[in-house]
Design a protein around this ligand. Structure first.
Ligand code: AMP
Length: 484
């Protein structure tokens, strides 16, 4: 068994690790720390929760000297991850290093003040660029540059920002990339900005034998009823419910609460303070159901999730893998429940094509009692959002869902996490919190047949408001409360 003592970590950090009661290095730590301590550039393939912060933290703590300017920069895709990394580094360094977190959506003045004394900066790309433009940050002394969750950063359209930031760091430096997946884009970035990088890959955290994946083929207007039913009837620990948009997240959380399922939401439209409190409440087990978007959940360290519900199937199969990776960790059992309506089937087929090893079992729909439905402001337009397919009678068959792709190619001004507008980008990248747009199902999906237990639905009565639900989707005008 490899011990922390075998990895080349300095004595001070070893003492801290002992205090933290970490018994042995995780897989990614075991593989990457010796290389990092040997000053090598490293690409680490590792998921959220793998212990990567300590891996790059060990290198930072070794090299950074207090009060000698900013010597290390860590870029993260989201504010939550930036805060989380900062907190971890403060603990690992026993607060001997001045670690400053820089992200958008909050005032800049305090950051400007704090940056003057920073030894290490953890930042989201948009706000960091703001500081560079204002000349309130000096990157000329960077010795260790880290890209955390690099794949997500690039998925969110931060590539240009990241390149601009890296180009402002000194050439003579150590560069570390950590990423759940190593895409061609990451390899290209590594080719241009890393020096002979060593690649290491951590074992998957999820135990597939402990993970059960199921799906329900259900009309869109019954999804909520089914979700409420399952949450009330399945015994579960902590539950994450994933939605593709903020408005759906709000809609779902509001309606779970209206139906006596205590739930909290996290998405990029909420204030930082609210997001931090929400995560705390969920982690402490005070609220058992967290409804979230992919990006908001990304990078958050959340243990003991027993059930992952996909209220909406993600447009990118990689997001599905990230979502299911939240459960069945460390030998625990986990369940993934997909609620599929017409608009989800193309995305679901794509997942089944990309990940043929998955077995996802079809479940029968139980008898669903009526529930209370409260509309959110945005959904009174029929809730169509950009995902399409909410209104009764819109759909006439399976192909209907694909019409959503007609949004492809639209452009709009993107504003990033600092609220800075950076010109037109293709639709479907990121919005003011860097969240993926719900049109991420772009790209035409052909007639590939999915595999596994999943059978693609044939065109039929989808979305025709089966069950004659009173006050259903079309009743979007007056009544705020109705029953499904
Ligand atoms: P990270 O992937 O860096 O966010 O780490 C995930 C969690 O694992 C954090 O709560 C760390 O404090 C914890 N952790 C990191 N390394 C170890 C280890 N070797 N043993 C136990 N827990 C660890």
């Amino acid at each position: 068994m490899t011990l922390f003592e075998d990895l080349g970590i300095n004595q001070e950090l070893l003492n801290t690790i002992e205090k933290l009661k970490f018994e042995k290095p995780t897989d990614i730590q075991e593989q990457s720390i010796p290389l990092i301590m040997d000053n090598k550039d490293v690409i680490g393939e590792s998921a959220t929760g793998s212990g990567k912060t300590l891996a790059f933290g060990a290198g930072i703590i070794k090299k950074v000297e207090p009060k000698k300017g900013i010597q290390s920069l860590i870029l993260t895709p989201t504010r939550e991850l930036a805060l989380q990394v900062s907190e971890a580094l403060k603990v690992f360094s026993e607060r001997k290093l001045k670690i400053v977190t820089v992200y958008g959506g909050v005032g800049i003045d305090k950051q400007i003040f704090d940056l003057r004394k920073a030894d290490v900066v953890v930042a989201t790309p948009g706000r960091l660029l703001d500081h560079l433009q204002r000349r309130t940050i000096d990157l000329s002394r960077i010795k260790v540059l880290v890209l955390d969750e690099a794949d997500r950063m690039l998925d969110m359209g931060f590539i240009d920002d990241v390149e601009r930031i890296i180009s402002q760091c000194p050439r003579e430096r150590q560069t570390l990339f950590f990423s759940a997946t190593i895409s061609a884009q990451i390899r290209s970035l590594a080719d241009r900005f890393m020096n002979n990088p060593m690649k290491v890959s951590a074992k998957k955290q999820v135990d597939p034998s402990k993970l059960k994946q199921v799906y329900y083929d259900i009309s869109k207007n019954q999804k909520l009823s089914l979700l409420v039913y399952l949450l009330k009837n399945e015994s579960s620990g902590l539950v994450m419910v994933f939605c593709r948009t903020r408005s759906n997240t709000d809609f779902v959380v509001k309606n779970l609460c209206a139906n006596d399922v205590e739930a909290i939401a996290i998405h990029g439209g909420l204030s930082q303070n609210k997001r931090t409190k929400t995560i705390q409440s969920f982690n402490d087990g005070k609220t058992h159901v967290l409804v979230c978007t992919d990006v908001a959940a990304r990078g958050l360290h959340i243990e003991n999730v027993s059930h992952v519900y996909n209220y909406d199937v993600p447009g990118d199969p990689k997001d599905y893998v990230h979502r299911i990776g939240r459960t069945a960790r460390a030998g625990e059992k986990g369940k993934v429940v997909n609620l599929l309506s017409n608009a989800d089937f193309d995305n679901f087929s794509r997942i089944m094509t990309d990940y043929r090893e998955f077995t996802i079992t079809k479940m029968d729909i139980p008898h669903l009692p009526k529930i209370i439905v409260k509309r959110t402001e945005e959904r009174r337009d029929g809730g169509r959002g950009r995902g399409g397919g909410y209104g009764r009678g819109r759909s006439s068959g399976y192909n209907q869902g694909r019409r959503g792709n007609s949004y492809r190619g639209r452009t709009e001004h993107r504003s990033n996490d600092s609220g800075r507008s950076s010109g037109p980008r293709s639709y479907g990248r990121s919005n003011d919190s860097g969240e993926r747009r719900d049109s991420s199902s772009s790209g035409s999906y052909g007639d590939r047949k999915p595999s596994g237990n999943f059978n693609k639905r044939s065109g039929s009565s989808r979305g025709q408001g089966r069950g004659g639900n009173r006050g259903s989707n079309s009743g979007r005008s007056q009544s705020r409360n109705s029953y499904y």
